[in-house]
Structure formats: C-alpha cells, structure tokens
Design a protein around this ligand. Structure first.
Ligand code: ZN
Length: 280
C-alpha cells in the first residue's frame, strides 16, 4: 500500500493512478493527510478493500510531504558505522537524538533556499508512526510503524556546530530542510523492510550509497528505545540517520551550491529531486 499527499489531499497511489480517499470512502476518512495516522488500522483495513475504478493520473510536482504536520520529528545521529567513522566519533551505546522542527518539512520536489555556503546532504529512511507506541519491545516495533518514506536531513554545518554545545536541531530546521516523500510505503510491501538500499547524488554524481541493514539501531529498535522514554504519536517521523558520504567529511569539503540538483533514492520507495537556490 502506498499513500500520498497530493496537493493537500490524502490519496492511495495505485498502478493506475491516485484514488482520492475522502471521495472513495464517502467521507468516512478525511482528505487531511495528517488525520489518517490516528485511525491507521481502521484506514488500512478499508484501503486494502478499496476499489481503484476512480483512479486518476497525477503530476509528480503536486506531491507533498506524506505526514506534513507531525507532533514530533526525531532525528538520529551517528546511526551508521561508516558515518560515525568518517566523523571520527565512537559508536553510540544508545541512539543520539535531536529534533527537526516540523516547520522545516517540505515535499519530494521543488526548490530549497540555502542558508549559508555550508549546507550539506544526508539521505535517510524516514519511519512514520501509525499505532501509538509506549514501552514497545523491539520485536513489535514494526507493528507501530504506518510506513516508510525518503527523507533528507539537510544540515547547515556552520549553524549546527556553532557554540560550546552543538546546535543540531536549529542547524537542521531551516525552512525546506526536511523534505520527505514521494509517498509512504507500508512495511508489508518490502521483502525485508530492514535492508533497503538508499543513495543520493549531486548533479548526477553519486555521493552516498548504503543499505538500511547497516543501521546500528534499526527502525524497530528505535521504536523501542524512543518509546521507552516518551510516547510516539500517530504521524510522528523518525529520520533514522545517514550513511557515509556527507560533504562535511570529504577532502576537500563539499557543500550544496545554488543551482545544484540533489536526487535522493530508497529502494522500493522511489526518488525525491530538489534544486537549491540562493538564500532568499
Ligand atoms: Zn541525519
């Protein structure tokens, strides 16, 4: 099952086009893409039976963030061994967590304004919470995930690393710095949802490529570790961390410049495509 936010309306994405959920369900479910997660199990039961006869073709440019206004957005740092090594840091015993404030979220295409000459890419798998989670064991972690999508944890390295204690959350929360999409894919769509290839390219040159099987803390383990501390709420996002290949740790360092195109891909989900422009 794939669901998307098409110009602000919740749709099912099928092989024959998009099905508008509010119309197809005779208003049983709202068109609001954020509202569906609080009724996830009821919704998914309906969606599996829904007909596709009213599917219509759509323009990818109209896709928006699949969960655009979450209560909580978790970012996980240092969650791939090779990225911890390139940063010269020890492997964590527990997840390193920051937030991306929800105002940074945007959709899977379009332009993003740079904030400085040191904006960096971080392709990531993003998990979206469906069933609320509190003290959930890792063995049941996936049961609380509605689905996964692609994310970019865009980071202004100057702001992120300024001051005596790093400003991770602010440095990663400028407008447009949290693109997600193009849609949410339910875990049952994957042969192994814990081992998906993810990659990104700048102007056609591959800069990151790994597999989520390399995560130190997997999606279900993150659900367990986070929900041991606080409740995870329907629609919450977990940016699960980025593999090696960010610009900051390259020699010489490389950052995004106006005119650059960033293409982000996760196996079995799809692709996001963004163009960077000068600070507005
Ligand atoms: Zn990240």
């Amino acid at each position: 099952m794939r669901i998307a936010n098409l110009a602000g309306r919740l749709v099912l994405v099928t092989e024959v086009g998009a099905v508008d959920v509010e119309r197809a369900s005779n208003q049983r479910f709202s068109a609001d893409p954020d509202a569906v997660y609080a009724r996830w199990e009821e919704f998914i039961g309906w969606a599996r039976e829904a007909g596709h006869e009213n599917a219509t073709s759509f323009d990818d440019a109209d896709l928006r963030a699949p969960a655009p206004s979450p209560a909580q957005v978790f970012g996980i740092g240092l969650n791939y061994r090779d990225h911890a090594a390139e940063a010269g840091l020890d492997l964590p015993d527990s997840p390193t967590v920051f937030t991306k404030f929800p105002s940074c979220l945007t959709g899977p295409s379009g332009q993003i304004a740079l904030t400085s000459p040191t904006v960096d890419w971080e392709v990531e798998l993003v998990a979206v919470i469906g069933r609320p989670a509190r003290r959930v064991p890792a063995e049941r972690g996936w049961d609380h995930v509605a689905g996964v999508t692609i994310g970019q944890d865009l980071s202004d390295r100057t702001l992120q690393l300024t001051g005596p204690a790093p400003q991770f959350s602010l440095g990663k929360s400028a407008p447009g710095f949290g693109p997600t999409g193009p849609w949410l894919v339910t875990p049952d769509e994957f042969a192994d949802p814990d081992n998906l290839e993810l990659s990104c390219a700048v102007n056609g040159e591959s800069v990151q490529k790994s597999r989520t099987g390399e995560l130190i803390f997997s999606v279900p383990e993150l659900v367990a570790r986070l929900s041991a501390i606080l409740p995870l709420l329907p629609g919450d996002l977990i940016f699960t961390g980025t593999p090696a290949g960010v610009g900051m740790t390259r020699t010489p360092q490389r950052f995004l410049a106006a005119g650059d195109e960033l293409v982000s891909t996760v196996e079995g989900i799809g692709t996001m495509r963004h163009r960077f422009v000068e600070p507005s």
